[in-house]
Design a binder for this molecule. Sequence first.
Ligand code: COA
Length: 334
Amino acid sequence: MTRAAVISGLGGWLPPRMVTNGDLPAELGTSDHWIRTRTGITRRHYAAPGSATSDLAVEAGARALASSGEPQVDAVVLATTTPDRICPATAPEVATRLGLTGAAAFDMNAACTGFLYGLACAAGLIATGVADRVLLIGAETYSSILDPRDRGTAPIFGDGAGAVVLRAGTPDEPGAVGHIDLGSDGDGAGLIAVGGGGSRQRLSGRPELEGERYLTMSGREVFKHAVTRMADSCRTVLKRAGRDVADIDRIVAHQANIRILHQLADELGVDRYRVVANIDRVGNTAAASVPLALLHGVADGALRPGQRTLLTAFGAGLTWGSTLLTWPDLALRD
Ligand code: COA
């Protein structure tokens, strides 16, 4: 029988520093009312100065391992757009700090779709027998790339980390990752981007290029892509699985904007209450978004064992992805 990747542990972590809409600097020219009504966000968390994505990833990873009861894994996949440094990858250090030295460890950059790409990767490692157990972490420190003067991005993004442990199992088990759809469109590369710091636009220290180290986003255009790409991807996965939207109990989607979540539900013809949302308290945490939504959904009672659940995400690249699974019964650890 085919080896499936089965979710056996879940954990997450938010840095303690909470920033409410009212805490944002007045110079941004925004308001609590605008942010709440246009995005659904009321607060987000920022990592303390001096702390990095690996610090968040270790906290989330440790909780996912404890939740699964697995002391060891064979591979650590870290989905992130904000690694500690360009080289080396952050995952090996995270693995070692978790007591997993020797495990395969690498970073994956698919921006806000990173967790879905990571699930596909973990499923592949397990299906081919390369690994029996994989720790998949989505962790981000977007506060390090936000322009504090840009009201189009600064109120939207936050820091955080979420993680799952996957083990080898069978496709019919609760928690087994089912059909997966992934996609990309590089024509949209400029719609959400950090212009400088890579090999194309090298940071030169010239003051006029200072802004190049910040994230920029064409919000309105990205919004439309987010709804249509996630909806199409969800339909693709449902078709491959021989399912219909009527079979879906919950949708756990990338948390970019509450209006995107509502439009996604409407587009698919799913009742809005079936869409799990935690964007109000975390903002957009990119690769950490889906696992944190899973965690908060379970903690809130919105996501329960046995529910047929669609996971979907969209992000920079452009990238998108979706999968379908039956939510398993997991023990959460603080
Ligand atoms: N506070 C107050 N006004 C703001 C604002 C803010 N934080 N951000 C934008 N505005 C203003 C704009 O300047 C514009 O003003 P104008 O009409 O006078 O020019 C107006 O609000 C509308 O701007 P627009 O960009 O069209 O707003 P929007 O309703 O699209 O909301 C986002 C902006 C970023 C919240 C929204 O586009 C969004 O969520 N985009 C998708 C993000 C996403 O999916 N990311 C996924 C990948 S990470």
